[in-house]
Every structure is written in structure tokens, then in C-alpha cells.
Design a protein around this ligand. Structure first.
Ligand code: GUN
Ligand code: FE
Length: 441
């Protein structure tokens, strides 16, 4: 049994009452067992001094490609289909087991260091077992799966899958990893997007997701060229098509959703489909601005994700929160997407998208012990006197303020040092891996 106590912090619970208190938080093994002031504690293994610091639930990112972290800075200033065809697909095709492993560790190192404790990830076609090894070792909470692509032109040969093989490999990975370490790791089926999937693959994924009760994670309606391709081939708008083949269920998580018409918004709402907002990626790939204030008004569940390193180029939730708060004000005025709404999307909102709202997303007794301690004693986060903590966290805090990160009751970042991996080795092996990949292309 292990017990960790955090004392005297400003605890931003993100619970339904939006309570904020100065007090203590006690966890036992991987659960929060007490929050409050002056409660009796015996037998604590570690005490963390939280005085003058802010304690938040860990951030939940609902769309990341860990397999692309090694491609950071190698695909700038392109639009989606060119970005995929000329850079990302050839790079993914060149991956080997070791490069996928270090790509994942590099990404997870960045995520943990900037306060993300849970992510929904999409891997590449091959070597996904290596990514799961990295996730297992790193201590992060993750839902992930191998990407599926059995269709489409201009896909490099090594990434073109036979439908049956893609399905079988997905099921094999699911059976190996889904539920690992007390559910810290879960599996999701990841058909890449309609453009790269046959109808047979998508309907089989629908049935498998139903049988195993796991999530389906895909890209949808990110770019107008993508939507035109879907309409040409399937004769329908993207979301209408997903509904037509029975994939639109509460287990479906759609990344981007920039270009939705009224009918598609109604389908997403009616079917309980979840959405991920990727504002940094949507700006950089020039995809457009998703109508998130409208989706939230309709009570559609929306999370936030940085997407992959080559379309962002960081995996930092502070930057993504800032984009989320600012981008919609340009069109809709200064009161939309206030700091509390945005922080909620980054925590509870993400948990709801992943169906984990009873386990994570807020600091409440009984929930999993996933949290971030911020040290805001710095020029860019002062003054502290009588400031609104939501404003402070969303508008002025940066990743440099992240001091300690706890996931599943384990301290994975302590005094800004990552404990679950060797930083020096990960940086060095990332360089060696990308050098090897580039030679292979
Ligand atoms: N659509 C299909 N694949 C991808 C990808 O890897 N990244 C993004 N942003 N969009 C996609
Ligand atoms: Fe993506």
C-alpha cells in the first residue's frame, strides 16, 4: 500500500460544483481517498508540500499521434493531403520497432512534462506493440490503437493493408493490451479516415467495437478536400456516411470536425458521437476553424488534442488551451470560451469524450489519482494577489510551471524531472531513429 499526501495547495477540483479550496489531498494506491482541511492522516509514504501552489486534475488530450513525434519539424507549411502524401505517409512507412518506441517515449515525455496525464492516441500501421511497450513503461494513461488503412491512392506500399490482416492485427493488439495495469491502458480501433478505408473495413470495425465495447477513433471532416474525396467515392457527406454505415455511436470519437453542416451536427448530437478540437493543428494545416461554441451549445461532448508533432509542432495542453480560448473570440466576441469553460474541456470534457468521466477529469474522492501541481511563482504568472485561478492557468501559465505530475497514484514527474524514463537516452535515441528513417526513404 502506498499513500501520498499533498498539503496546503490551492485545489481546483473541477467537480460539478466547481469547488476551489486551499487544503490537503490524500491518495492511497491509485485512488484519491480524502480532500479537505486538517483531516487526520497516519502512515503516509510521501508528503508533497503544495503551499503556494495550484493542484489541478491532469490534462486529458483526446487526439495525439505518438508515432509522429519523430517527424517534428519535417512537414511544415503544407495542407492536409499534401502533408500526408509527401511527408507523413512516407515517414510512417519507414518506421521500425525501435523508432516507434522512441517516438512514443519522446511524445510521452513531452506530454507528462507539460501536465497531460491521459491521452487518446493513434499509432501507425505497423510496430504498434512497441508503442504500447513505451506507454506501459512510462506510466501514462492512454487509449490507443494501430491505424487501419486498406484503401486509397498514393499510400506507400508498406502502409497498404489487406482488410482481413488489418482487422486481425487490431484484435490481436486489443487482446494483448486492453485493460493492462488495472485499465491504465485501453485499446481503440483506429480507421485512419474514410478516405483510406474500405466500407468492409469500417463495418467490421463497427461490429468489433460493439462486440468488445471499445472506442473507435478516426479523423473526420478536417479538410474540404478530404470531404470532397468522401463525397466522390461514397456519394454522401462524411458524417452522413459514417451514420449510414452504423458507425455513429457514443463510442465513436471524431478528430477535427471543422466542416460540419446542420444535418451532420444533428447526427453527432443524436447519436452521442464525441468530438476532439485540434485548434493548433487546424490552424497550421490551414484546415479551418471548427464551430466549437455551437457544438458545446448543443451539449455535444468536446475534448482538446494537439494532434501530431508535425502539424503543431508541440504536444503542450497549455498552448492548446490558449488556442481554444482565443481562436473563437475572433469571430464570436470576447465572452465565448472563457477560461473556466476551456479548463473544463481540457480536463472533465476530455474524460467525458473518453467515457472515463467516473474515473478521471476532476479531483474527487474515489477517482483515480491523476493530477498536476503547478508552481506559479514566476514573472509571467504574477501578481498572485486575488487573481482568478482559471484565468491564471489558461491565459498565463506555461509548461515551465509544471512541477509535479502524478498518474495512477505514481509520481512520474518530480521537481520538473521525469522519473519513468531516462531523458538523455530518449533524446539521443530519437535522433538516431529519425536519422535511420530518413536514410530509408
Ligand atoms: N487525416 C488522416 N490522417 C491524418 C493524420 O495523420 N493527421 C491529421 N491531422 N489528419 C489526418
Ligand atoms: Fe490527427
Amino acid at each position: 500500500m502506498s499513500r501520498i499526501l499533498i498539503t496546503g495547495a490551492q485545489i481546483v477540483t473541477m467537480n460539478p460544483q466547481a469547488e476551489i479550496l486551499i487544503g490537503d489531498l490524500l491518495m492511497e494506491n491509485n485512488r484519491i481517498i480524502e480532500i479537505g482541511r486538517d483531516f487526520d492522516v497516519v502512515g503516509v509514504d510521501q508528503t508533497i508540500d503544495g503551499r503556494g501552489k495550484v493542484l489541478l486534475p491532469g490534462f486529458v488530450q483526446t487526439h495525439i499521434h505518438l508515432c509522429q513525434t519523430l517527424f517534428r519539424g519535417r512537414a511544415d507549411d503544407l495542407e492536409l493531403m499534401d502533408w500526408l502524401r509527401t511527408r507523413i505517409w512516407p515517414l510512417e512507412a519507414a518506421h521500425d520497432e525501435e523508432s516507434v518506441y522512441y517516438s512514443a517515449l519522446l511524445g510521452i515525455g513531452e506530454l507528462i512534462s507539460s501536465g497531460t496525464t491521459t491521452l487518446l492516441d493513434m499509432e501507425t500501421v505497423h510496430h504498434t506493440d512497441s508503442a504500447f511497450q513505451a506507454m506501459a513503461q512510462s506510466g501514462i494513461r492512454v487509449i490507443s490503437g494501430k491505424v487501419m488503412m486498406d484503401h486509397g491512392t498514393e499510400v506507400p506500399e508498406p502502409l497498404r493493408e489487406k482488410t482481413a490482416v488489418s482487422l486481425q492485427q487490431s484484435v490481436d493488439l486489443l487482446e494483448k493490451w486492453h485493460g493492462y495495469d488495472g485499465d491504465r491502458i485501453q485499446y481503440a480501433f483506429c480507421p485512419r479516415f474514410v478516405v483510406s478505408c474500405t466500407e468492409e473495413l469500417l463495418t467490421e470495425v463497427r461490429d468489433l467495437s460493439n462486440r468488445y465495447q471499445v472506442k473507435v477513433h478516426t479523423h473526420a471532416s478536417e479538410n474540404r478536400g478530404e470531404i470532397a474525396l468522401v463525397e466522390q467515392e461514397r456519394g454522401m457527406r462524411n458524417i452522413v456516411y459514417l451514420d449510414h454505415i452504423g458507425l455513429a455511436t457514443p463510442r465513436l470519437i471524431l478528430a477535427h470536425c471543422v466542416w460540419l453542416n446542420e444535418e451532420e451536427k444533428q447526427i453527432i448530437h443524436r447519436r452521442g458521437v464525441k468530438v476532439t478540437h485540434c485548434p493548433g493543428s487546424n490552424m497550421k494545416l490551414s484546415s479551418g476553424i471548427a464551430e466549437i461554441p455551437d457544438l458545446l451549445k448543443r451539449n455535444i461532448k468536446v475534448g482538446i488534442g494537439a494532434d501530431g508533432a508535425p502539424c503543431n509542432n508541440n504536444l503542450d495542453m497549455f498552448q492548446e488551451m490558449r488556442h481554444t480560448a482565443l481562436i473563437h473570440k475572433v469571430e464570436h466576441g470576447p465572452t465565448v470560451m472563457d477560461a473556466r469553460t476551456v479548463l473544463r474541456m481540457a480536463t472533465m470534457g476530455g474524460a467525458e469524450v473518453l467515457g472515463l468521466e467516473h474515473e478521471i477529469g476532476s479531483l474527487e474522492v474515489g477517482k483515480k489519482a491523476d493530477m498536476v501541481l503547478l508552481d506559479l511563482d514566476d514573472f509571467h504568472t504574477y501578481p498572485s494577489f486575488d487573481t482568478d485561478v482559471y484565468s491564471r492557468v489558461v491565459y498565463s501559465t506555461t509548461r515551465s510551471n509544471v512541477e509535479t505530475v502524478i498518474i495512477d497514484g505514481k509520481v512520474v514527474l518530480e521537481n520538473r524531472k521525469i522519473k519513468s524514463m531516462d531523458r538523455g537516452i530518449v533524446l539521443r535515441e530519437s535522433d538516431r531513429s529519425i536519422e535511420r528513417l530518413l536514410k530509408r526513404i
